[in-house]
Design a binder for this molecule. Structure first.
Ligand code: HEC
Ligand code: HEC
Ligand code: HEC
Ligand code: HEC
Length: 169
């Protein structure tokens, strides 16, 4: 056998061995237990903290608002779409009924014009609603810059919620 081939075989054997050793050392312990992935990853995902509680949880304590909302245009919106993730609030706010909540349990209140504009601002890329009969499921669009920006008598700046009830707009 020519010498260069012998050297190649030795080099190959060395690298294959190195690969096997490294693989054994670096492989996560639970890899392959259930399939071609790390079995521990499942438990780690189960253990991760929950942030959103869902509308059914909100309604337990805020039945009145839930009822208001259920008969209005915002009936299909989840509370946390506007108020942000509320899991902590759901778990602990009950201890503070009729009292000021500590800061860590307060939820975001979308009182600004820009908060409503997130969904309602005119967007040229959206399909226009030509007739009510075509598609009532489209979100109505206004231009937040020009749609009732100020009180004409006092020239005071107006927020959307000065005129629209956010839970029943
Ligand atoms: C265990 C009962 C309970 C649950 C469940 C609950 N809340 Fe509350 N929430 C309260 C209490 C108590 C307050 C404080 C004052 C009061 O009585 O309204 C409050 C206040 C609020 C406020 C006003 C906070 C502020 O900044 O003044 C908002 C907004 C709110 N809740 C939204 C939600 C949303 C959204 C959910 C669902 C993710 C939810 N709540 C679930 C009990 C609850
Ligand atoms: C379209 C966005 C939006 C949605 C959806 C929404 N809220 Fe609100 N919510 C607001 C705004 C804006 C305020 C602040 C109102 C104010 O300060 O006058 C508010 C205020 C509140 C308050 C404080 C008390 C009050 O009446 O001012 C509570 C409690 C509350 N929301 C609970 C809920 C719950 C429960 C849901 C779901 C059933 C929900 N909200 C869905 C926008 C929303
Ligand atoms: C997460 C998206 C979202 C946000 C945020 C939101 N809305 Fe809406 N809004 C909707 C949807 C969906 C409808 C129902 C479809 C429709 O009628 O446009 C609606 C309907 C409305 C309507 C009735 C329109 C009509 O058909 O006459 C008004 C008024 C309105 N919203 C005002 C507000 C105000 C004020 C805020 C801020 C407090 C707000 N919305 C925030 C999604 C949103
Ligand atoms: C001065 C009171 C006032 C303020 C402030 C106000 N609106 Fe309105 N809004 C109205 C009235 C009245 C109507 C119904 C007549 C019309 O279409 O102009 C309306 C209609 C709407 C509609 C339905 C439009 C349609 O095509 O049917 C939406 C959506 C809306 N407003 C969202 C908002 C948002 C978002 C804000 C804040 C950026 C806001 N409004 C601020 C009084 C107000």
């Amino acid at each position: 056998m020519p010498q260069q081939i012998k050297r190649l075989i030795v080099a190959f054997a060395f690298f294959i061995l190195l690969f096997l050793v490294l693989r054994q050392v670096l492989k996560p312990s639970s890899f392959g237990d259930l399939g071609h992935y790390r079995a521990d990853a499942i438990q780690e995902n189960i253990d991760s903290e929950l942030h959103y509680a869902g509308i059914d949880n909100c309604s337990k304590c805020h039945e009145d608002i839930h009822m208001d909302k259920a008969i209005g245009f915002h009936a299909n919106l989840n509370c946390e779409v506007c108020h942000g993730p509320g899991m902590k609030h759901v778990l602990y706010a009950g201890n503070f009924t009729d009292r000021q909540l500590p800061d860590s349990l307060l939820l975001y209140k979308p009182v600004g014009r820009s908060d409503c504009a997130v969904c309602h601002q005119v967007n040229a890329a959206r399909i226009k609603i030509l007739f009510d009969t075509i598609d009532n499921s489209m979100i109505r669009q206004i231009d937040a810059m020009t749609h009732n920006p100020v009180n004409k008598r006092t020239n005071e700046k107006l927020n959307c919620i000065d005129c629209h009830n956010p839970h029943q707009p």
